[in-house]
Ligand binder design. Sequence first.
Ligand code: AMP
Length: 276
Amino acid sequence: MKQINTINEYNLLFSNLPKPIALVPTMGFLHEGHLSLIREARKSCATLVVSIFVNPTQFSEYEDLDSYPRDLQRDLSLLKAENVDIVFTPKVSEMYDEGFSTWVKVSGITQVLEGKSRPNHFKGVATVLTKLFNIIHPATAYFGQKDAQQAIVIKKLVKDLNYDISIEVLPIIREKSGLALSSRNKYLNEDEKHTATVLYKSLLKARSLKKEGTMESSVILEEMRKIICKEPLVRIDYISINDVNTLEKLKVIGDKALISLAVYVGKTRLIDNIVI
Ligand code: AMP
């Protein structure tokens, strides 16, 4: 496994890399969710590249960029064990040169849910992924359903900008308790970790309501709210039911709907979702 910090180093290697190349973009502090993407990617590519870059442009000034968990040595040993070929670990200055001023903005679908709560988030995400696609030249890139809206935004970006890259989206990996794995779970103490299981419990409630024939979003959302609000430590940012492709708000659930939520547990903002 090679660790590369600069774009130039990658360019020098590129022509000799066996193709196809797969890319798994991450912000590091790896867990089984990331590893599930890496294992799947490993199966179908000749060269597997994992990037670790805590992208400052997708954090607002009020968010946790400085405290975002990092442990590069641990990440590198996990990646080596997964037989990763190249780990791309650029510094911020490598990705954003002095005077950087070009942005990629996906409109429409970035105005709701995470995009509404975190106004410049997807501009940062779309820009950094465009750069990573241009630098690494993958045939396939892997993302988690954990960040459902991000996956939809990336698919749109790839289509609109004519990238010849297939986007694979893999299921959410959870703890036994149902809590979706996230690097940010590191912020939670034991009590909060227990409390955080209400996110998934509320999503399961939504699923069972639909199975029993409840189709009105307002009814489902109210039942979810009741479950979450039993916990004094939590504050709901949003819960929403949207079309899985367009992210249009649904009043009535049809064949398929994305139910997503963002909830503060103590000071930690967690997201989760389910497709029903
Ligand atoms: P991050 O390091 O949080 O930016 O995540 C990198 C990639 O891993 C993104 O595509 C995430 O959606 C994905 N990911 C994060 N957590 C999980 C999880 N629990 N299950 C599956 N994929 C995940």
